[in-house]
Design a protein around this ligand. Structure first.
Ligand SMILES: [Zn+2]
Length: 419
């Protein structure tokens, strides 16, 4: 294990060049409110892909495209037989997306390549900069479709058949913009690093620059129906009511308490309720609601599941209601690679940036790539934790700090590969 985080002292990120590149590409799909609308495989996506290919080729890279439209810009290393160290994220956005989500991960990767060129530095392993297709899932659900297929979670046929709201399939849209490439889907990566805005408020609130991301939290989703009895709001005495909405109100409190019991890392949300018959003078007889439970560890989410089920059953009984609850989705916790995490931590320390460990609350391409390659992420702050919003904002200095940590973590990993 090397303890030199920066093997070449003359290497440095050019903060202004990186910032200018971010603002330059933000014009592609720019919205009046200062955000970006660049849906996967749209005309705007084609434009930014063309731009990306040209920029990577100008930086001396060979660009290949796989059959899902994932783009790989390769900068050759001293030993071409080594699997590449990858830097990846996404250039697609939500319909009212910001200028930084995903985009800084790809463009900081480009800045890393440009910095290596400036310093005439040759790595041992090849470096591969990746633009993953359809990370957002805004046009084609599910999210992280192409990185998931790269990692073997989905089949290519499943990916091609996903359709947007107009019935246009992923495969058709890929052909329409000319980005169904001929490279095989899936290849060995020595490592995968992804720089991303935090999309949450912690780094900003604690005035820290770098989030050392240790994983993605465990998630369970539920759908529940609580059944009581419709009754006249004037004529049904309080003690004889079977009020499903009152029951759900108490259940929302219970879900909140379960999450608070496992503070500070647990979260529990009732995000949707459908009240029936939803009439001002009827005691509600049936309510549908959803629950979302999350924590960094699977075993804690399993405990929260048991506690929530017990609490909800008790409330149902006490209020003469019938509860039907079903788990509809489970995404186990992702634990990023310890060597990659250590490389990011060393890079942040060596650069003199304040940092803290974080677990990602959101999904990312890295969550799937972690199944097939040593992976981790680097977070930088965004204003107010706001993301998936045109007002999403990040500071130039923070983005440059993230790029510096990315560069150093990649070089640190490259050094480890020859030991
Ligand atoms: Zn993203």
């Amino acid at each position: 294990m090397t303890d030199t985080a920066a093997p070449a002292a003359n290497l440095a990120i050019n903060s202004d060049r990186l910032w200018d590149t971010i603002q330059e590409t933000a014009a592609i799909g720019a919205t009046p409110k200062g955000g970006i609308c660049r849906l996967a495989l749209s005309e705007e996506d084609r434009q930014v892909r063309d731009w990306f290919r040209t920029a990577c080729e100008a930086a001396g890279c060979t660009v290949t495209i796989d059959a899902l439209g994932n783009m790989f810009a390769r900068r050759e290393g001293r030993n071409p037989a080594l699997p590449p160290i990858a830097i990846g994220s996404h250039l697609d956005t939500q319909p009212t997306g910001g200028r930084y989500d995903g985009i800084i991960g790809v463009l900081a990767g480009l800045e890393v390549l440009r910095s290596l060129n400036d310093g005439a530095y040759q790595t041992n392993a090849p470096i591969e900069l990746i633009n993953w297709t359809n990370e957002e899932g805004a046009r084609f659900a599910p999210a992280m479709l192409a990185s998931g297929t790269f990692a073997g979670v989905f089949t290519p046929d499943y990916a091609y058949a996903r359709a947007d709201r107009d019935g246009i399939s992923f495969g058709t849209a890929l052909d329409a913009i000319g980005y169904r490439g001929d490279a095989e889907i899936g290849h060995t990566l020595a490592a995968h690093f992804e720089l991303h805005i935090e999309q949450g408020p912690i780094l900003e609130a604690e005035s820290r620059t770098i989030g050392v991301v240790t994983g993605v939290q465990s998630i369970r989703w539920y759908e529940a129906t609580l059944t009581g009895l419709d009754g006249h709001a004037g004529a049904t005495p309080m003690r004889l009511r079977r009020d499903a909405l009152l029951g759900v109100a108490r259940m929302i409190e219970a879900v909140h308490s379960v999450a608070m019991e496992h503070a500070p890392d647990a979260v529990g949300t009732v995000g949707m309720i459908e009240n029936k018959p939803n009439s001002r003078n009827v005691v509600p007889g049936e309510v549908f609601f959803t629950v979302d439970l999350r924590h960094p560890h699977d075993d804690v989410v399993a405990k929260m599941d048991a506690e929530m089920r017990a609490a909800l059953a008790k409330i149902a009984t006490e209020n003469a209601l019938e509860l039907a609850i079903e788990q509809t989705w489970e995404s186990p916790a992702v634990h990023f690679n310890p060597d990659c995490i250590a490389a990011v931590r060393r890079a942040a320390e060596a650069s003199g940036f304040t940092s803290r460990d974080l677990v990602s609350g959101a999904g990312h391409d890295s969550a799937y790539i972690a199944r097939v390659a040593p992976t981790t992420m680097i977070f930088v702050p965004c204003a107010g934790g706001l993301s998936h919003n045109e007002a999403e904002s990040a500071e130039q200095a923070d983005v440059a700090a993230g790029a510096t940590v990315l560069l150093r973590a990649v070089l640190d990993t490259d050094q480890r590969l020859i030991e």
